[in-house]
Structures are given as C-alpha cells and as structure tokens.
Design a protein around this ligand. Structure first.
Ligand code: CP
Length: 336
C-alpha cells in the first residue's frame, strides 16, 4: 500500500511525473475523470465514483476546498469530514477509524496533529492515505510549490530556494525534503530556537547528494536569500501555537520585506503557502508585488492533488485522454 505522508515518499522521478501530470491537468482541467469507475460496454452497471474521505482535524480553506473540487473534477465522490462532528472528537481511535473507512472509501486525506497519528492511520488503513498537513510536514503544499517553481523557471534542478522564518515548522521540513528531491539548493534560516529537526536535515542531505541539490541551515535571513531564485516564508504562529507574542518577538528580524528581497536575485519569485499574516512574516509590499506567485501557488494545490490522487488511488487502471506520458517506472515503483 502506497501512501503520501512525507515529501520523501516520492523520489525524483515520481515527483517529476506528478508535476508533469499536474501541468497537463491544469490545461485539460475537465477532461480527465479517472476516479469514475469505467464500465465495459457489456455491463449494464452504470459508472460509479471512487469515494475519498477528507478528514479535517484542524482549520483549512485551501486544502479543504481544493480537495473537494479536485475529487469531484476527477469524477469521484468527496466525503468531507469535519472531525469535530465525527466520533474522532469523542475519542474513537484513529486505527478503528482507518479500518472502518477502508470499507467505505478508496482513499483517505487527513489534516491532523502529530505525525504519529497519521502514521497510525496509514498502518491500519487498507486504502492510500494522503497527508493534508501534520505538525511535521505539508507535502501537498510542497508539490504545489515545486510545480510553481517549475512553471516559472522551466525546471527545478539547480534552483536556489531561500526559506526564512520558523525553520522548525512543517513547511521548513517539507521544503528541505521536497526541495532536495527536486534537485534544488535549499537554504532555510531561522533563529536558534526555530531550527529544523536534525533527522530531517540529515535525510534531506542524503537525498540532495543523489539529485544534485544541496541543503543549508542558517540563522541569518540574508544568507538564506542572497542570490536566491525563490524566497519563501510561512506564518510565524502555526495552528496549535499558544505563545504568539513570544514568537512574533523572536522572529521579527526574519520578516520578508523589501530590504530582504533586495538580497535575492532580480528575477526572484516569492512564495507563501497562505494564509499570510501581513505585517508579520511578510509585508504587503512583497506579497502584492510583481514577484509574488502566491495565487498561482494556491491554485496549483488543486492540480497537483488531482495528479496525486490519479496516481495513488487508481492502480493506473485509468485513462486521461491526451495524456500519454505514463512511464514504466510508475508501474514498477508504485508496487514497491
Ligand atoms: N496552505 C494551506 O494549507 O492552506 P489552508 O490551511 O487554508 O488549507
């Protein structure tokens, strides 16, 4: 059973495949319905949709809506579950939830808390599980970010991405892993108390050695963005953080503003996964500038998630009219 729980659950070729399929689906948005079970002409049974449960244990705008729309556009049936209105809120175990849902749906998308929780869900599930954000990672977001970089620069290998701010949060971890998979040079910078998990850095270094990328961890925002092609940041106060004012004070010198952008390459683009806290981690001047790609980045969530579900949920027994780029490795590596 293949799941997508972390950015390094795909290798470089699989990531490239997903970005290429997403770019195709962006152009042919309503043409492909691989989540609608096909029927043979001899069958009297009407076509039926794959159902996908989308469980939200935290707030969401983009993820919730883009999965709902994406599943529908692929011909599937989105089952949106607000955890607060389910038995999860009354303590039903995540393992029992996975076992029960596996009898109903063809895939489970979940936004939750610790990575131990999504790992337990995936271990008990008989259908693929997709991480829609955990405390540790945000891999669907990074697929969209990598796609946005690819659209801008015609590729991702050798691109320098400078991420500044809370370098210990899920976005920083996902930038390290997904950027390394993409062959990019990833620099993350945050204050000493906001540094990434060393095990994630070590894993990203191993991947980067294979892809030609690199990984650098800094405590200096200028060093992270100097000459960078991409400048990225994220909120300083993630969901669940209760020490808001302390964090704002700690991270104040890591704001993405006009002065910091002056150190990046002239052609640099700006990414932020949103929601933005304008005036905190990023200024209006930057997020509303011609360099900003935050709206493309948000839109690309829809397209990459459609590609991901097409890949994970259908055993490739699908046809996307006009898409003829399914390489043999997808068949073999998907079964590993
Ligand atoms: N970027 C992102 O995951 O947005 P939401 O929290 O609105 O889903």
């Amino acid at each position: 059973m293949k799941h997508f729980l972390r950015d390094d659950d795909v290798n470089a070729r699989q990531q490239r495949y997903l970005v290429d399929l997403a770019k195709f689906l962006k152009v042919h948005r309503y043409d492909a319905r691989p989540l609608l079970h096909a029927t043979s002409s001899a069958s009297a049974t009407p076509a039926a949709p794959h159902s996908v449960a989308v469980i939200m244990e935290k707030e969401s705008t983009r993820t919730r809506i883009s999965f709902n729309i994406g599943i529908t556009e692929l011909g599937g049936n989105p089952v949106m579950v607000d955890a607060q209105s389910s038995q999860l809120a009354r303590g039903e175990s995540i393992e029992d939830t996975a076992r029960v849902l596996s009898g109903y749906v063809d895939g489970i998308v979940i936004r939750t808390f610790g990575d131990d929780r999504i790992n337990a869900l995936a271990a008990a599930s008989r259908v693929p599980v997709i991480n829609a954000l955990t405390d540790g990672f945000h891999p669907c977001q990074l697929l969209a970010d990598i796609m946005t970089v690819d659209e801008e620069f015609g590729g991702t290998a050798g691109i320098t991405i400078g991420y500044v701010g809370d370098a210990g949060n899920n976005m920083a971890h996902s930038y390290l892993l997904a950027g390394a998979v993409a062959g990019a040079h990833v620099r993350v910078a945050g204050p000493a108390k906001y540094q990434p998990d060393p095990t994630i850095v070590a894993r990203a270094e191993v991947i980067a050695a294979e892809t030609g990328g690199s990984v650098t961890v800094l405590d200096d925002p200028v060093g992270a963005v100097k000459g960078a092609d991409v400048v990225a940041t994220d909120t300083w106060v993630s969901m669940g953080h209760l020490d808001r004012q302390f964090r704002l004070d700690d991270l104040a010198s890591f704001q993405v503003n006009g002065d910091l952008m002056g150190h990046a390459a002239d052609h640099a683009i700006v990414l932020h996964c949103l929601p933005a806290h304008r005036g905190e981690e990023i200024t209006d001047e930057v997020i509303d500038s011609p360099q900003s790609r935050v709206l493309s980045q948000a839109e690309n969530r829809l397209h990459v998630q459609k590609a991901l579900m097409t890949w994970l949920l259908t055993d490739h027994a699908w046809e996307v009219p006009g898409w003829d780029a399914r390489p043999a490795f997808v068949e073999s590596e998907n079964n590993q």
